[in-house]
Design a protein around this ligand. Structure first.
Ligand SMILES: C[S@@+](CC[C@H](N)C(=O)[O-])C[C@H]1O[C@@H](n2cnc3c(N)ncnc32)[C@H](O)[C@@H]1O
Length: 271
């Protein structure tokens, strides 16, 4: 049974607007692993748990066909609205039953999503759809370890963010999947013995304070907190505390945001 948490129209709209795109060096890392045994040109990639297509779009220049799959209809609608690539098709459905032929796929990816899947069933599907020497890449960044400082004076805001996170922990707003991601998938079982992990890459960007607060609104832990306490203004309080610490107005506040990325890469045995 698929885990449901990214379903509400309001949540998916925030997701589409505020979640960061992945940097191109992450997709390059995945492609370099794939191409060790399966050289370009590549026919088909599948991005599972694609959300509004934050990672899916990066695959488009490297494959003839890209399929983005997500169990949430609303995420898929957002992905279709944002799609500018003719070779990407988005479709709703669970990771545990992929709508693809046997041995038809060069690369299966899942960005910030595999911790929500029934992994035994997902891996059975991965093995069924991959070609020999095809690869699977699971990647993520622990959202709760986001590092943030202010540009240009470098004042660290990470402690304020940790206090906000602690409130969500104390109120049991984070789920099992969030904890798996928080740990960088370190105990996740992987289906193939030809396997590497890479913890060297980062996702970094500059955001206005208001866009950063918008990103926090897309956290599933925050959504759960607001379901419990709909009248709460915890993010407004956090925003005010950040401005006070920076001694800035909201239009002046520009933040540097940094996530550490982890990538698990595995290859199906060849012929
Ligand atoms: C945190 S979002 C990641 C979205 C996007 N890949 C990104 O990098 O930002 C996780 C996504 O996984 C989807 N998801 C969760 N369980 C799923 C399942 N069993 N099958 C397919 N998608 C699933 C959710 O609907 C959600 O869109």
């Amino acid at each position: 049974m698929a885990y449901r948490r990214f379903e509400g129209v309001d949540h998916t709209a925030k997701y589409a607007r505020y979640r960061p795109m992945w940097p191109s060096h992450v997709v390059e890392r995945v492609l370099s692993y794939l191409e060790e045994k399966l050289p370009a040109p590549h026919d088909r990639a599948v991005d599972v748990g694609c959300g509004s297509g934050q990672f899916t779009q990066l695959l488009a220049p490297h494959f003839n066909h890209v399929t983005g799959i997500d169990v949430s209809d609303n995420q898929i609608q957002e992905a279709r609205k944002m799609n500018q690539c003719k070779n990407i098709q988005y479709s709703s459905g669970p990771a545990e039953t992929l709508p693809l032929n046997d041995h038809s796929v060069d690369l299966v990816t899942s960005a910030s999503a595999a911790h929500w899947f029934d992994l035994d069933k997902f891996y059975t599907e991965v093995d069924r759809v991959l070609k020999p020497n095809g690869c699977v890449a699971l990647l993520g960044y622990p959202v709760r370890r986001t590092a943030v400082d202010a540009n240009p004076n470098g004042i660290l805001l990470t402690q304020l963010l940790s206090d906000f996170d602690k409130l969500l922990v104390d109120e049991n707003c984070w789920e099992k999947g969030n904890f798996i991601s928080h740990d960088g998938y370190k105990d996740l079982l992987f289906p193939y013995s030809d396997f590497v992990r890479d913890d060297c890459l980062t996702l970094e960007y500059e955001a206005t304070l208001d866009n950063f607060i918008g990103y926090l609104r897309s956290w599933s832990g925050y959504i759960k907190y607001m379901e419990k306490y709909p009248e709460s203004g915890i993010l407004e309080t956090l925003r005010d505390s950040m401005l006070k610490t920076l001694n800035m107005t909201s239009s002046e506040a520009k933040l540097n945001v940094k996530h550490n990325v982890f990538i698990l890469l595995g290859r199906k045995p060849g012929p």
